[in-house]
Each structure stands twice: as structure tokens, then as C-alpha cells.
Design a protein around this ligand. Structure first.
Ligand code: ASP
Length: 405
């Protein structure tokens, strides 16, 4: 996409977001009436996710050439995900212990929300079993990206070892990938309006809880936001500079449209088409690395979510006056990391996974009811950091030996 047009669209997206907030506060009926435009934008993004994930993983794997390279790349990618996620959780745990946002906060609204009751985040075994789809079309139809990734990795890997028979199949997926990226470009033109309508609708719907951002739950929100900011503007740019060998500021500006979409949609997976566009086309990261790292990252690498899980769990402990030992906080560290891996890349998934963390250290699930009111906002913030972390992962992996041209 032409740089000038890309900039105009980015400005349009920011203007859309600002007008959306103002409209949501003062023209809420109008904003609710145009909310469907946001839904169209969101649907259009979701529409391309399944073919994009499948095609890009398959061509990512096949372009690596040999399977041993795939193994090394996968290892390095997972190491990057785990290290950055673990670091963000650590920042969250330190901050929540320093700020102690839960002290003196009454447990108002403490009840297990309906969408969590009886559902929960499942166990670790469920997450592992869920990796293998019993029906790939079923997984695609229900938006379960992780099993699709596993299948695509397998399929791509096998295509490289069947020789000539695999070549036309690879060519088909290359064509699909190029076509889908073109569709993504078309959807991006619609982004400013989509963002205006989505933000306007969400603010209009949550007007009452906007004040909660600054009152009872204010300190808690602030703790999450400070943690996310530390991760997003110190830790990750540092990694990008030294391991990804890129200018963090320029990289950030080039990621603008994807980050704005992440904030608006609160879904890493709906943002994936734009993340790929911004990383590959704008930031010129090696396509072979990006097409492998980004779909996987959107699903399992969630630094923002992990940090939030840890802060929220310890905040709930503080509200109930439960002093968690160092040992229990270590458990929070590991379960928050795992919960972020298991969380689907869709809105509020992190909140659902909270039950995993709370149960692990014996905290009351009712605590989720307390933080529910402002989750719509924190969800957007953490999703933005999730996508930022994925994009930097692509740059880091793109600089590894396997991709040296
Ligand atoms: N909404 C987040 C995402 O898609 C997941 C979460 O709820 O934390 O990245």
C-alpha cells in the first residue's frame, strides 16, 4: 500500500477512535444506531482469518526449505514467546505488590459471571488435547485457530518431503495467500469508519462504567496500564533494538494500523490480517519468518494478557485480605503464563481464563465479578500489547540465522 495512503488511513483510524469516544459519550443513541458498521468491519476481518492462517503457515513452513530449520525456528519462536511473556508477568507481580491496588477496596459486585460459571478456562490437559482437531473444518468453523495451526504445520512440513507432487499444492496456497492479502488491503480502507462505529458503540454501552476507571477500580486499572506500558515501551522496544535490529519508533509507527485495530476489536485474531500486512509490507520483516511467527503468536503469545492475569489475581487476593505467600505467587506466575497461552485470541478470553489462575491458588471465583465492569477497556489495552509483542517476535525471528539471506 502506498505510504501516503497508509498514513491517511492511520490518521483516519485515530480520528475515528477519538470521534467514537466523544460520540459514545454524548451521542450514544446515534452511535448505537451505526454500530452495525463496526460489526461489518469486524466480520470482514474475521472472514479472512482462517484462510490466511492456513495459507500463511503452509507457505511459511514450505519456504523454510528443510524440516530441521523448521524445528530450530519453532524452538527459537517458543523461547521468545516464553521469555517475553514471563518477563511481563514478573513486571505485573512486582507492580501489584508495590501499588497494592486491592487494599481497602470493598468486594462490590462479587459474583461469578454467567459466562464463566460452569465453563471456566479448562485445565492444562484440555488445552493440550485441544491442539489436535478431530475435524479441521469444525475447528475452522468455530474459530479455533490453534488446532488449525497444528494441522497447517503438519501439512506444510509434509508437502516439503513429497517432492514434485507437493509443488502444485504449494503454488495454490501461495496464490491463496496473495489473494487474501489483497482482500485485507481492501478491508483496511474501511477501517476508519469501522473503528468509529466500534469504539462509539462500546463507549455508549459502557458509559456507566467509565467512571469506574477512575474510582474504585481506578488503582487496579492503573496498575495494569503501567505494567503494560513498561512492557510495551521499555522491554519490547529494547528487545526489538538489540535482537530484531530495527528502530523501535519507526517500527511502532509502521504498526499503527494494526495496533489501532487491536485496540478497537480487542481480538488478536481479528487483527491478524493487519498485523501481517504491517509487519511484512511496512516493516519489511522476512516474510518467511512473519508468516510463521505471527499466526502462532496471535494465538499463544499474549504478553499483555499474562500480565493482566497476574495483576488481577493478586488484586482479588488483596481485596479479600488473603496474603499470598511467595510460593503462591510463583504459582500465579506460572498459571498466568499458561492461561495466556490457552486464552483464545478473542475479546474477554483473558477474563474467562482467570478462573484457571484463581483456582490454582484457591482464590474465590466471585472476584471475577468485581473486575468485570472495566474489562472491556483493559481487554483493549492488553490486546494491543499482545499484538505489539507478536510483531516484535516476527522481527526478532526474522533476524535469526535460519533467515539470513
Ligand atoms: N482479547 C485478547 C486478545 O485477543 C485476549 C484476552 O482477552 O486477553 O488478544
Amino acid at each position: 500500500m502506498d505510504r501516503r495512503i497508509a498514513n491517511i488511513i492511520l490518521i483516519g483510524m485515530i480520528a475515528g477512535a477519538i470521534l467514537g469516544v466523544l460520540g459514545g459519550l454524548w451521542l450514544s443513541d446515534f452511535m448505537l444506531s451505526i454500530k452495525f458498521l463496526g460489526t461489518i468491519f469486524l466480520n470482514a476481518l474475521k472472514m479472512v482469518v482462517v484462510p490466511l492462517v492456513v495459507a500463511s503457515i503452509i507457505i511459511g513452513v514450505t519456504s523454510l526449505g528443510d524440516v530441521s530449520k523448521l524445528g530450530r525456528t519453532a524452538g527459537k519462536t517458543l523461547a521468545y514467546y516464553m521469555a517475553t511473556t514471563g518477563f511481563s508477568v514478573l513486571v505485573g507481580i512486582i507492580l501489584v505488590n508495590l501499588i497494592r491496588p486491592g487494599q481497602g477496596v470493598p468486594p462490590i459486585g462479587a459474583e461469578v459471571p454467567e459466562f464463566i460459571a460452569g465453563k471456566g478456562g479448562g485445565t492444562i490437559v484440555d488445552v493440550i488435547v485441544g491442539l489436535i482437531p478431530d475435524n479441521i473444518f469444525g475447528a475452522a468453523a468455530t474459530g479455533q485457530i490453534l488446532p488449525l495451526i497444528v494441522f497447517s504445520l503438519l501439512f506444510g512440513g509434509v508437502l516439503t518431503v513429497i517432492g514434485d507432487k507437493g509443488k502444485p499444492v504449494i503454488a495454490v496456497f501461495e496464490g491463496i495467500n496473495a489473494a487474501i492479502m489483497k482482500i485485507v488491503m481492501l478491508i483496511i480502507y474501511f477501517a476508519p469508519i469501522g473503528i468509529l462505529a466500534l469504539i462509539g458503540g462500546i463507549v455508549a454501552q459502557n458509559r456507566e462504567s467509565v467512571d469506574k476507571l477512575i474510582t474504585a477500580l481506578g488503582l487496579y486499572s492503573l496498575t495494569v496500564i503501567i505494567g503494560l506500558l513498561i512492557h510495551a515501551i521499555i522491554t519490547l522496544p529494547f528487545i526489538l533494538r538489540f535482537f530484531g535490529k530495527k528502530n523501535p519508533f519507526r517500527y511502532f509507527v509502521n504498526m499503527g494500523r494494526a495496533l489501532a485495530t487491536a485496540f478497537t476489536t480487542a481480538s488478536s485474531s481479528a487483527t491478524l490480517p493487519l498485523t501481517m500486512e504491517c509487519v511484512e509490507v511496512e516493516n519489511k520483516v522476512d516474510e518467511r519468518a512473519a508468516s510463521f511467527v505471527l499466526p502462532l503468536g496471535a494465538t499463544i503469545n499474549m504478553d499483555g494478557t499474562a500480565l493482566y492475569e497476574a495483576v488481577a489475581a493478586l488484586f482479588i487476593a488483596q481485596i479479600y485480605g488473603i496474603d499470598l505467600s511467595i510460593g503462591a505467587q510463583v504459582i500465579v506466575f506460572f498459571t498466568a503464563t499458561l492461561a495466556s497461552v490457552g486464552a483464545a485470541a478473542i475479546p474477554e478470553a483473558g477474563l474467562v481464563m482467570m478462573s484457571l489462575v484463581l483456582t490454582a491458588v484457591g482464590l474465590p471465583l466471585e472476584g471475577i465479578g468485581i473486575i468485570l465492569a472495566i474489562d472491556w477497556f483493559l481487554d483493549r489495552c492488553r490486546t494491543t500489547v499482545n499484538v505489539w509483542g507478536d510483531s516484535i517476535g516476527a522481527a526478532v525471528i526474522g533476524e535469526t540465522r535460519e533467515f539470513n539471506k
